[in-house]
Design a protein around this ligand. Structure first.
Ligand code: BES
Ligand code: ZN
Ligand code: ZN
Length: 495
């Protein structure tokens, strides 16, 4: 989609569909007032989410006007502009119109609103149709969006497009099922990205992982016929004066549960258990494109979790990369085993902070449903940056406690730690986080449990059903916030 920002007057707008966001009770802008007669009384009042298409009947160079309600003026946020752009794009696609424009009301003439418009439009335009050989209803892609606003807002539109495209890149990869998106395939995608964005890339293969003592990854991989990988992408590798950050993602390309096998109902959704790893690809891509003044290590382990004669068994004891011993009481709690190695690897690099993303626990879905990402962190300032990023991007997070008492729940009987807390699953997301914390040493660290948000199941204002790509805009925004002022001083957390 081509997105441009142009300062146009009514007579100059010639795109087929023109969206006008209106706050509650507001009348049409003066130039458009002749269309007010087409609105029947009570038909449209600008309530949030309302839309009203108007046929312009040759009274303008464009053929339709779409009124989009954005609710009470004082409650308008960038998210409502993401949704407004989503409504416009969905309407245009359904009407087979490919050229669109949207007005920015003068009082919303701000970077964050324009960035949000571009994001909403690009996100709403995307749908995964690659494997539909016959399409009953051929989808049209929107060719053009003209944002009618001051041209000084043009960089914001460009940024919104870039971020949404990084998110769509993640959605597309993540939608591929386990017979296609194998660990090796994810490594290949990392190599391609590295080439395109001039990043350094290292792929540790099974033999390397054996030599390195990455036994968490190897243990989970034991039941699979496909070899595992550990992928490291490096942005600004040689700029040693820049602060270093690590982003780590869980890459389980299929989670059957292993010997502690999952019920078959819904198991197909476990192709999305690689969401964290794919987010790492998208985050690294966006950070490089935005040229952020940081050094970044994008790290992900990737493997399947399968049952077989060679699979790991409940009771097995495994030594992670940092030497800690882990008792595997449930082979379905595999994410933490592969992240143990990857986080210990990241911590060894002594970064300013580590952020990990993982579809780690079903328990976080019980806690927060699809509306928030679980945040677990040993540092208040890092948490604050991520919380603010959550508000900016509407990928909202909710911080959970990681008090030391929860750590008691994963003390091992025969090894240092066990990979589940109680059998009943009490505080399941927190005990999983306490497990991860064992591997980050003294680093400032935040864990994002994205199990509730990586997949869109219900209707959403601008994301189609399927992989959401959530986490990319959040973490990029958090890194921007942190990079702009750094993380001060000693770690401060409520541990
Ligand atoms: N990948 C799952 C978590 C998950 C569940 C993600 C549902 C998305 C939707 C994870 O590996 C897992 O199976 N966790 C177990 C942990 C338990 C055995 C302690 C869970 O949440 O049930
Ligand atoms: Zn599992
Ligand atoms: Zn899993």
């Amino acid at each position: 989609m081509e997105i441009s920002v142009k300062k146009l007057i009514f007579q100059e707008i010639k795109e087929e569909v023109v969206g006008i966001p209106l706050v509650k009770g507001e009348s049409l802008p003066k130039e458009f007032s002749e269309f007010a007669d087409s609105i029947r009384k009570g038909e449209f009042d600008g309530s949030e989410g309302q839309i009203l298409p108007i046929n312009t009947r040759e009274m303008a160079k464009f053929s339709r006007l779409l009124l989009i309600g954005i609710g009470e003026a004082k409650e308008v946020s960038p998210e409502l502009f993401r949704r407004a752009a989503g409504s416009l794009v969905r309407y245009a696609k359904a009407s087979k119109c490919t050229a669109t424009a949207i007005l920015v009301p003068p009082r919303f003439s701000r970077d964050d609103f324009v960035q949000a418009l571009a994001e909403g439009a690009v996100l709403a335009d995307y749908k995964f149709l690659k494997f539909k050989t016959k399409q009953d209803n051929v989808a049209v892609d929107i060719r053009e969006l003209v944002i009618v606003a001051d041209t000084k807002l043009s960089p914001a539109a460009k940024k919104g497009k870039l971020l949404a495209e990084a998110q769509n890149y993640v959605r597309k990869i993540n939608e591929h099922p386990a017979n296609m998106a194998t660990p090796q395939k994810l490594a290949e995608l990392a190599r391609t990205l590295a080439k395109e964005k001039k990043l350094a890339v290292t792929v540790y293969e099974k033999d390397d992982l054996k030599k390195m003592g990455m036994n968490g990854i190897l243990a989970v991989n034991q039941g699979s016929d496909l070899p595992p990988v550990l992928v490291i992408l490096e942005y600004n590798k040689d700029k040693k004066s820049l602060p270093l950050y690590c982003v780590v993602g869980k890459g389980v390309t299929f989670d059957s549960g292993g010997i502690s096998i999952k019920p078959s109902k819904g198991m197909q959704e476990m192709k999305y258990d690689k969401s964290g790893a794919v987010d790492v690809l998208g985050i690294t891509k966006a950070v490089a494109e935005l040229n952020l003044p940081i050094r970044l290590l994008g790290i992900f382990p990737a493997t399947e979790n399968m049952p077989s004669g060679s699979a790991q068994k409940p009771g097995d004891i495994v030594t992670a990369y940092n030497g800690k011993t882990m008792e595997v009481l449930n082979t379905d709690a595999e994410g933490r085993l592969i992240l143990a190695d990857a986080l210990a690897f990241a911590a060894e690099k002594k970064p300013e902070a580590i952020i990990d993303l993982a579809t780690l626990t079903g328990a976080i879905i019980v806690c927060l449903g699809p509306h928030a990402i679980g945040l677990f962190s040993n540092d208040d300032e890092l948490s604050k940056a991520i919380e603010n990023a959550g508000e900016n991007t509407f990928e909202r997070v909710w911080r959970m406690p990681i008090w030391k008492e929860y750590g008691e729940m994963i003390k091992g009987d025969f090894a240092d730690i066990k990979n589940i807390g109680s059998e009943s699953g009490e505080a399941g997301s927190i005990t999983a986080s306490k497990f991860l914390q064992e591997f980050v040493g003294e680093c400032k660290w935040a864990h994002l449990d994205i199990a509730g948000v990586d997949l869109i199941r219900a209707s959403h204002p601008y994301l189609e059903k399927g992989a959401s790509g959530m986490g990319v805009r959040l973490v990029v925004s958090a890194l921007e916030i942190i990079a702009s002022k750094g993380l001060a001083g000693k770690m401060a957390g409520k541990d």
